[in-house]
Design a protein around this ligand. Sequence first.
Ligand code: COA
Length: 176
Amino acid sequence: MLKGLRITLRKNERDDLPRYVKWLNDPEISYHLKQYYCLNLDDETDWYEHQRKDPTQLNFAMTLSESAKHIGAIGLMQINQRFQQAELGILIGEKDCWGQGYGREAIQLLVDFAFSELNLHRIYLRVDVSHIAGIKCYTHCGFIQEGCLREATYHHGHFEDLFIMSILRSEYRSKE
Ligand SMILES: CC(C)(COP(=O)(O)OP(=O)(O)OC[C@H]1O[C@@H](n2cnc3c(N)ncnc32)[C@H](O)[C@@H]1OP(=O)(O)O)[C@@H](O)C(=O)NCCC(=O)NCCS
């Protein structure tokens, strides 16, 4: 468990899955996510079973420290021990929790754990260029835009560029 002032990251439990199904089927929430199709509990259970045994993934449920309310998820994917890097993904499913700095705190908790305990060297993420809230949140956490994948995603009949953003352990340490 990774405990912060307002946010706690804990392991996902089977009981969390119906909430993920609800959130991921909400087009407003999933708009900027890779997942874009209808999901049911069986799909989510398959994901849960798969990721538990997959050493290249480490996923957490995001909860409010005060009430333990489950509000989202955050995780590392494509964990590569040789190159000491991983891709970060985040989802706040409770929309009234957007824009309150929870994403920033959850990312800081996970990035700290990844550099201090997992001995990672680089954490990167992909974000749509139109996802202003996401870009602001990641920039606040020290992520730097390092590249642009041209027309690499597709929304409502239009291709859109994707930014690659990353943070290195040395950059993170220099902020401490
Ligand atoms: C993207 C996400 C993780 C950000 O988390 P969050 O807790 O809402 O973000 P924060 O509050 O830490 O920071 C968001 C920043 O964007 C700003 N912001 C929010 N909506 C905005 C908008 N429409 N236009 C401009 N700025 C906006 C906020 O004011 C804040 O900036 P500030 O700290 O300078 O005030 C969260 O909104 C989310 O999970 N969305 C749905 C799923 C998703 O898009 N996942 C990421 C895919 S890359």
